[in-house]
Design a protein around this ligand. Structure first.
Ligand code: NAP
Length: 326
């Protein structure tokens, strides 16, 4: 049984989910079925991952095979940056629902506190970062949409029954505080990059005090970023001697120790893997417990290393300086 984290709406977010970023379309349906067989019920999706149709096929197959029912599943999706204006939020959500083959989402998140210029579905879907990839010097182009406008439209999705819970990704404390102050429905989840090299102690404490459930993305640290050239080869958290020592003491893998650390901090974790054996490995976290000294030693690895930073990758890959955390 996977423990659930109680949201401020009383719904229970399964503490482990399968991340769907960079899962190839062709393998997504089979991977979702495999994951459901192994025990995953929580699937972390997004318009921007470009595979919601295929993830939806897998979800529908898992349900029709009798592995689980729709009610057992927890499906998260995310509003892409080009759809922040109030008129675009509902169509974007409806498109994700249609692609996923669902009539409601368990959780819908604002993907980034970045509003980009609108790109119609017919022009490009998912639109990704460039406004016009065919331009001579393509860039990310921003739209002047206040976050409160987007949030009001997100709240309407709840009252209209399209989504059960709403939240945000990649927000810091100031923006969250402002959002809470102007919301009728408070954000129930914050999803942000978190691992032993980026422990985010203050943000986590703030969320705990505000009853916002905290989901750690990229919980394995650099692993997701090697293939994108966004991490150096010597930055693997799971190769740290401290982690390897604790792993050998418990007879577990380094990845399991890092993920268990995330669970014991009270965060949800959403590790991605395209391999069946790792799906099993990443969910087998409930037959051991890290001691307090081990938790402290892992947290002491913190070096505030953020691998997924628009302030860096938008300039490197999309010709646009776009800091959001500074
Ligand atoms: P991650 O889950 O920390 O790491 C995934 C990488 O680790 C993959 O390369 C995977 O390779 C490898 N891996 C998985 N299990 C492993 C294990 N047991 N041992 C060794 N390597 C292992 O990183 P992520 O995919 O960046 O983050 C997880 C999810 O968070 C995403 O899929 C996405 O759903 C979400 N996310 C959200 C945002 C946001 O802005 N909201 C940003 C980034 C990510 P294989 O596939 O080959 O196993």
């Amino acid at each position: 049984m996977i423990p659930e984290l109680k949201l401020n709406t009383n719904d229970g977010l399964p503490g482990i989910g399968l991340g769907m970023w960079k899962v190839e379309k062709a393998m997504a349906p089979g991977l979702v079925v495999n994951a459901a067989e192994v025990g995953y019920r929580h699937f972390d999706c997004a318009c921007d991952y470009g595979n919601e149709v295929e993830v939806g096929q897998g979800l529908s197959e898992a349900v029709s095979m009798g592995i689980c029912s729709r009610e057992d599943l927890w499906v998260t999706s995310k509003l892409w940056n080009t759809y922040h204006a109030s008129d675009h939020v509902r169509p974007a959500c409806e498109r994700s629902l249609k692609d996923l083959g669902l009539d409601y989402l368990d959780l819908y998140l604002i993907h980034f506190p970045i509003a980009q210029k609108f790109v119609p579905f017919a022009d490009r879907y998912p639109p990704e970062w460039f406004y016009d990839p065919k331009a001579a010097n393509p860039k990310v182009e921003l739209a002047p949409v206040p976050v409160g406008e987007t949030w009001q439209a997100m709240e309407k999705l709840v009252t209209d029954g399209l989504v059960r819970n709403i939240g945000v990704c990649n927000f810091g404390t100031s923006l969250l505080r402002d959002l809470i102050n102007q919301s009728s429905i408070r954000p129930s989840v914050l999803q942000v990059e978190t691992h032993p090299y980026l422990t985010q102690e203050k943000l986590l404490r703030f969320c705990r005090e505000e009853q916002i459930v905290y989901t750690a993305f990229s919980p394995l640290g650099a692993q997701s970023y090697f293939s994108l050239n966004m991490a150096e080869s010597d930055e693997a958290v799971i190769k740290q001697p401290v982690i390897l020592d604790i792993a050998s003491k418990h007879g577990k893998t380094a990845a399991q120790v890092v993920l268990r650390w995330g669970i014991q901090r009270g965060t949800a974790i959403i590790p991605k893997s395209s391999r069946r054996e790792r799906l099993e490995e990443n969910i087998a976290l409930f037959d051991f417990e890290l001691e307090e000294s081990e938790m402290t030693a892992i947290s002491a690895l913190n070096r505030n290393r953020r691998f997924n930073d628009p302030g860096h990758f938008c300039e490197a890959a999309f010709n646009t300086f776009l800091p959001i955390y500074e």
